[in-house]
Write a protein that binds this ligand. Structure first.
Ligand code: MN
Length: 403
C-alpha cells in the first residue's frame, strides 16, 4: 500500500503575498474553489491579522470549503491567533499555522529574542491555539539555517504543547536536496516525540531547487508538502504543485506515495491562477508551459505521431489538456467552438464566442488545424482585449454558478 502524502497549498498566502501577484477577495475565493476541486488537502487562505481583506478572504474560504482544511497564518502572538480564529471558526476543518524563526540570524536581527524566549513564545502560542480545538501547525521559520540541536528542542516542545503538524521551512531556499533529506531524516529520528506529529516541508526556489528539495523531503519521510500553483511565492517562489505532483505520478515506482490531487485539473487550475494574477508562466515551464507538450523538431514530431511515449513521459490529457491534438478546422461552427472551450473549462458569452470564432476561422485558414493550445491563446487575447468580465469565465465560476 502506498503512503499518503498530504498537499498543503499556499498559493493564496505565500503565492499571493509576492509582489505583482495580489488577488482580490472574490478572486481568492474563486481560486480556493478550484483548489478544492483539484483535491488539495489544506488551503492556506491568508494571514488574517494582516488586513481586513485578508480576514474576509479567509472567512469566506472557510465558509465555502467542504473537504479541504482551511489554514490561516499567525505569528506566535495571541492577537494573531484571535484574529485568525475569527475567520477560521467557520471552517469544517480549521487549522492555525503558527510560525516563529529558529535561526540565530532571524532571532538576533529580526525578532531580537533569545533562543529561550523563542521556545517560550512558540509553546505558549501553540497551547493557546490548541485551546480552540482546531488543528495546529507550527513552522520553525528558516529551519534549514537553524542549529540542529536547538531546532530539535523547539520541535519537541511544540509537539508536547499539542502541535499536530511541524513544517520544516527552507524559508530562504538555501538547502540542497541531499542535505535537506538528511535533515528530515535526522529530525524524524532524533525528535523524541516525532511520531505524535506529521512532518511537513516548505521549500523556496532561490536556487531553483524547491521542487527537488520537496521530493527529497518526501523520500526522507515527509507526510505533507507545501506548494503553490505555478510555483508562485516570495522572491523566486515556492515549490510548484504541478511539478511535484507530476514527478510523484510519473515516477510512482520510485516514490511509492500517493496524493489526493486530480491531475487532470492541473492545467485549468494553472490557467485560472495565470488569468487572475495576470502573470503568465514562461513557455518552457515544466508541466504547464505552452511548450511543455509541443514538439517542434521534425524528428520529434515524427516520433510522437508514431508513438507518443517516444518523447512524452506523461500525456497532455493527464494534466487536463484533454486534446492537444486537432480540435477544430475552418468548417467548424460556433457550436463546436463553444463545445471545445467548455471541454477546457472555459465559458464565454455571445460576444466572447464571436471573438474566439472569428480568430479561430482566420487561424484555420492559415494552418488548417486549430489545437486546444491555439484556442487557449485566443482566449488569452480575449481576456486582454476585452476588459469586461462576462466574456471569460473559468471552470470554477461555472462550478460556483452550478452549486
Ligand atoms: Mn514561504
Amino acid at each position: 500500500m502506498k503512503r499518503r502524502v498530504y498537499v498543503f497549498d499556499t498559493t493564496l498566502r505565500d503565492g499571493e503575498q509576492a509582489p505583482g501577484f495580489s488577488m482580490r477577495v472574490s478572486e481568492k475565493v474563486r481560486v480556493a474553489a478550484q483548489l478544492e476541486a483539484l483535491g488539495v488537502d489544506v488551503i492556506e487562505a491568508g494571514f488574517p491579522i494582516a488586513s481586513a481583506g485578508e480576514q474576509e478572504a479567509v472567512r469566506r474560504i472557510a465558509q465555502q470549503c467542504q473537504n479541504a482544511s482551511v489554514a490561516g497564518l499567525c505569528r506566535a502572538k495571541k492577537e494573531d491567533i484571535d484574529a485568525a480564529w475569527d475567520a477560521l471558526k467557520y471552517a469544517k476543518r480549521p487549522r492555525f499555522h503558527i510560525f516563529l524563526a529558529t535561526s540565530d540570524i532571524h532571532l538576533e536581527y529580526k525578532l531580537r529574542m533569545t533562543r529561550e524566549e523563542a521556545i517560550h513564545a512558540a509553546v505558549s502560542a501553540v497551547r493557546y491555539a490548541k485551546s480552540f480545538g482546531a488543528e495546529v501547525e507550527f513552522s520553525p521559520e528558516d529551519a534549514t539555517r537553524s542549529e540542529e540541536g536547538y531546532l530539535i528542542r523547539v520541535l519537541e516542545a511544540v509537539i508536547d504543547a499539542g502541535a499536530d503538524v511541524v513544517n520544516i521551512a527552507d524559508t530562504v531556499g538555501y538547502a540542497i536536496p541531499s542535505e535537506f533529506a538528511r535533515l528530515i531524516r535526522l529530525l524524524r529520528s532524533e525528535v523524541r516525540n516525532a511520531e505524535r506529529a506529521r512532518f511537513s516541508v516548505h521549500c523556496h526556489n532561490d536556487l531553483g531547487l524547491a521542487v527537488a528539495n520537496t521530493l527529497a523531503g518526501i523520500e526522507a519521510g515527509a507526510d505533507q508538502i507545501e506548494c503553490t500553483i505555478n510555483g508562485i511565492g516570495e522572491r523566486a517562489g515556492n515549490a510548484a504543485l504541478e511539478e511535484v505532483v507530476m514527478a510523484l505520478k510519473v515516477r510512482e515506482s520510485v516514490f511509492s506515495v500517493e496524493t489526493g490531487i486530480r491531475t487532470e485539473l492541473i492545467y485549468p487550475t494553472s490557467l485560472l491562477v495565470q488569468e487572475i494574477t495576470g502573470v503568465h508562466v514562461q513557455p518552457n515551464k515544466a508541466v504547464v508551459g505552452a511548450n511543455a507538450f509541443a514538439h517542434e523538431a521534425g524528428i520529434h514530431q515524427h516520433g510522437v505521431l508514431a508513438h507518443a511515449a517516444t518523447y512524452e513521459i506523461m500525456t497532455p490529457e493527464s494534466i487536463g489538456l484533454t486534446s492537444n491534438r486537432i480540435v477544430l478546422g475552418k468548417h467548424s461552427g460556433r457550436h463546436a467552438v463553444r463545445k471545445a472551450l467548455l471541454d477546457m473549462g472555459v465559458r464565454v458569452d455571445k460576444e466572447g464566442l464571436d471573438f474566439v470564432y472569428e480568430r479561430m476561422v482566420a487561424l484555420a485558414d492559415e494552418k488548417k488545424q486549430v489545437t486546444q493550445r491555439d484556442l487557449l491563446r485566443i482566449v488569452d487575447q480575449l481576456k486582454r482585449e476585452k476588459s469586461h468580465t462576462d466574456a471569460y469565465q473559468s471552470v470554477s465560476e461555472t462550478a460556483e454558478a452550478g452549486s
